[in-house]
Design a protein around this ligand. Structure first.
Ligand code: CIR
Length: 262
């Protein structure tokens, strides 16, 4: 069966480690509360299930404070997992730690062999293209070394330069359907989405761009009413979720699951 880039049958998540209080962040607005994070994560998992995904929640990995952001160490295309090479030193080991679970849940696992780095948060997949944004975590070497692995799955890799202050490409963008992305005005202006329709986040609501389309629904962080309204008016069904604890460590909806179709 052929699945569109926003159709998923499965998702892998990882419960937030109590050590998430040590998670990386660009600016400190206080530590996340591990208990509240766990309950927000559980609601997120429920929403993925409601959207039609069979979700496996892996156990906490205290060795990696950011391991709840399971999208960054891997990419799954056509059910085949690519173990990536995360760009933050404290996250590099997450790919090896995740590998056994990838092996157990995906059709196959291949490793990105590179001296460079790639974070999954910098990768946005359309039906036939893999867009990869260079960032503080993803470099040109990593992107080039990823190219043949992506091509082997029938996708064309396009390397994009984004504004330097961005953490991850998908911190500021999300695929909404085969022709449409949600993006911050700044990222939209970079020209990254030529050929696609762009719905921009509302002024002051840039953080809402870290959203996900999962089957029939767009999952959006709570607290961004104007962007939610823009999406509803464009015909999308929107589900909002409280992401306050992930946001304290620069995370959002897309980072907390590896979504794939089998
Ligand atoms: C980090 O800085 O790596 C984590 N604290 C947040 C990762 C968020 N992941 C993502 O945007 N894909």
């Amino acid at each position: 069966m052929i699945h569109r880039s926003y159709e998923f049958t499965h998702a892998l998540c990882r419960a937030p480690a109590r050590s998430v209080t040590e998670g990386l962040r660009a600016s400190d607005r206080g530590d996340p509360d591990p208990d509240l994070f766990a309950s927000q994560h559980a609601a997120y998992v429920d929403a993925l299930r409601d959207a039609g995904c069979r979700v496996t929640v892996l156990g906490r990995d205290e060795a990696f404070p950011d391991s709840v952001f399971i999208e960054d160490p891997a990419l799954v295309l056509n059910g085949v997992a690519i173990a990536l090479r995360p760009g933050a030193p404290s996250r590099l080991g997450e790919a090896a730690a995740l590998r056994p679970a990838l092996k157990g849940h995906c059709r196959d696992v291949v490793d990105l062999e590179t001296e460079g780095h790639v974070d999954g948060g910098d990768i946005l997949c359309t039906d036939d293209r893999v867009l990869i944004g260079l960032s503080a975590r993803t470099d040109a070497q990593g992107a080039e070394d990823l190219r043949p692995l992506v091509a082997a799955q029938g996708y064309r890799l396009e390397v994009l330069r984004t504004q330097p202050e961005i953490l991850h490409f998908k911190t500021e963008s999300a695929l909404l359907d085969a022709q449409t992305v949600l993006a911050t005005p700044a990222l939209a202006a970079s020209g990254a989405f030529a050929g696609l329709r762009v719905i921009e986040t509302a002024p002051g609501e840039e953080a809402s761009a870290n959203a996900i389309r999962v089957n029939g629904v767009v999952m959006l962080a709570a607290g961004y009413p104007e962007t939610a309204d823009r999406l509803v008016r464009a015909g999308y069904e929107v589900v909002t979720l409280d992401m306050s604890q992930a946001a304290l460590v620069d995370g959002g909806l897309s980072c907390m699951s590896l979504r794939y179709a089998l």
